[in-house]
Write a protein that binds this ligand. Structure first.
Ligand code: HEM
Length: 121
C-alpha cells in the first residue's frame, strides 16, 4: 500500500466518483499485477522485457531512498548468492508463511537448504 491520499476536489477514477476529503488507499502491489498491463503477472520472471513497476512509487512522491534501496538489495543478493551458491527452498512455495497485514506483504520466515557453501568473500 502507498501512503494514504486525500482528494481536495471530487475526482472520477475507474468509474468511481471520490468526494473531497475521502481517504484513498492505493494498492501498488495490485497495480504491479494488473493483467491488462502485464502478461502473466503472477509469474516471477527475471527475463521480462517490460521492467516497469510501481514498487517505489511514481511522480512527486517517488521513493527518496530508491537509489540506496537498489544498491542495498543488489549488494545483499549478490553477496548471499556468492556465499551460498547452493541455496534452495526448504518448503513448497504454497507452504511459505506470510504475515497477515493489510499494508504490506512479507514472509514470517524463509526456510532454506544449502547444498554447497563458500565463505570466501
Ligand atoms: C526496497 C525498499 C523500499 C521500497 C520498496 C520503498 C517504497 C516506497 C514507495 C512505494 C514510496 C511511495 C509511497 C507513496 O507514493 O505513497 C516511497 C516513498 C518514500 N521512501 Fe521508500 N522504499 C524503499 C526504501 C527506502 C529507503 C531506504 C529510504 C530512505 C533511506 C526511503 C525513503 C522514502 C521516503 C522519504 C519517501 C517519501 C517520498 C515523498 O513522499 O516525497 N525508502 N518508498
Amino acid at each position: 500500500m502507498a501512503i494514504r491520499r486525500f482528494p481536495v476536489e471530487r475526482i472520477e477514477m475507474g468509474g468511481t466518483s471520490i468526494p473531497p476529503g475521502e481517504t484513498v488507499m492505493l494498492c501498488l502491489a495490485s497495480a504491479n499485477r494488473d493483467p491488462d498491463r502485464y502478461p502473466d503477472p503472477d509469474q516471477f520472471d527475471i527475463f521480462r522485457q517490460d521492467k516497469t513497476h510501481l514498487s517505489l512509487g511514481q511522480g512527486l512522491h517517488y521513493c527518496l531512498g530508491a537509489s540506496l534501496a537498489r544498491m542495498e538489495i543488489e549488494t545483499a543478493l549478490a553477496t548471499l548468492l556468492r556465499r551460498f551458491p547452493g541455496l534452495g527452498l526448504a518448503t513448497r512455495v504454497e507452504e511459505l508463511p506470510w504475515r497477515t497485514s493489510v499494508r504490506s506483504r512479507a514472509l514470517k520466515a524463509l526456510l532454506v537448504t544449502n547444498s554447497q557453501s563458500s565463505y570466501i568473500g
